[in-house]
Ligand binder design. Structure first.
Ligand code: CP
Ligand code: NVA
Length: 295
């Protein structure tokens, strides 16, 4: 059976820890092996990217393999060719296909037809590769997962995958979102199957009160530009700034950041911000995943 990675709970808890262990080992050993020599990863992007594209591309090179970038103008999803055809063709060239798409159902369709693993590099609903890097970062910082984490902001793709992944490793997570921007009930139900707890609130102060980690993401995600005014007003009071964060917690952000909106420049640039380590860990975490799926 083909193993896909459309969200973080496509891995078992044991496999998730295995991916993080491999990621940490690769990071420490500076990639002196070539476990994916001769393998190729095809990558289909409907949306822009810095971290996802470059971390997968350099990651494949570091593992001895190769990555092929296909942007919106190359492949013409929904226009030039249907997804089900693209899925079957790309599976015959590469060992896996990474997709960054708008509609999560399109990633599911890709997986339904692909005969090689499909890896979700972000859809409107989920960003599980980001979660792998986030968990690796928290493990780097605390040695394990004995930490209280607060999510402050939108209950978006990044938040949804993170909530499930956090629950899988046993973190205690409090999610503060404004009315109308909560995590999906379906996501909360999936998270509830695991050891960690996910508590929800509409009060950012309550979420961060005991937090060791405060995590946020943009309020206006890719594709939501026309909802800007409505969302800016809904998220009033949810900015991660010095007053909210206090003196103790570290601050995470998946990037790109919109300074002055969901986070202040001062907090993002402060010593408590671990965003660059988090971005670097995208590469190590995804290499761990690629070895798990293809190695
Ligand atoms: N965090 C993240 O996925 O960044 P990109 O959109 O630049 O890939
Ligand atoms: N929520 C953001 C994440 C970007 C990595 C978006 O979807 O645009």
């Amino acid at each position: 059976m083909v193993r896909h990675f459309l969200d973080v709970d496509d891995l078992s808890v044991a496999e998730l820890h295995e991916v993080l262990d491999t990621a940490a080992a690769l990071k420490a050993g500076e990639y002196d092996t070539a476990p994916l020599a001769g393998e190729s990863l095809t990558m289909v992007f409907e949306k822009p990217s810095t971290r996802t594209r470059v971390s997968f591309e350099t990651g494949m090179t570091s593992l001895g393999g190769h990555a092929v970038f296909l942007g919106p103008d190359d492949i013409g999803l929904h226009g030039r060719e249907p997804i089900k055809d693209i899925a079957r063709v790309l599976s015959r060239y590469g060992s896996a296909t990474m997709v960054r798409l708008f509609d999560h159902a399109d990633a599911e369709e890709m997986a339904a037809y692909a005969t090689a693993p499909v890896i979700n590099g972000l859809t409107d609903d989920a960003h599980p590769c980001q979660t792998l890097a986030d968990l690796l970062t928290i493990r780097d910082l605390f040695g394990d997962f004995d930490a209280e984490v607060a999510w402050v902001g939108d209950g978006n793709n990044v938040a949804q995958s993170f909530a499930v992944g956090a629950a899988m490793v046993g973190l205690d997570l409090t999610v503060a979102t404004p009315d109308g921007y909560e995590l999906d009930d379906e996501v909360l139900n999936r998270a509830a199957e695991y050891e960690g707890t996910v508590t929800t609130t509409d009060d950012p102060g309550q979420a961060v009160a005991d937090a060791d980690v405060v995590y946020t993401d943009v309020w206006i995600s890719m594709g939501e530009e026309d909802r800007r005014e409505q969302k800016l007003s809904a998220f009033d009071g949810f900015q991660v700034n010095a007053e909210l964060v206090g003196d103790d917690a570290v601050v995470m952000h998946c990037l790109p950041a919109h300074r002055g909106e969901e986070i202040t420049d001062g907090v993002l640039e402060s010593e408590r911000s671990v965003v660059w380590r988090q971005a670097e860990n995208r590469k190590h975490a995804q290499c761990g995943l690629l070895v798990e799926l293809l190695g």
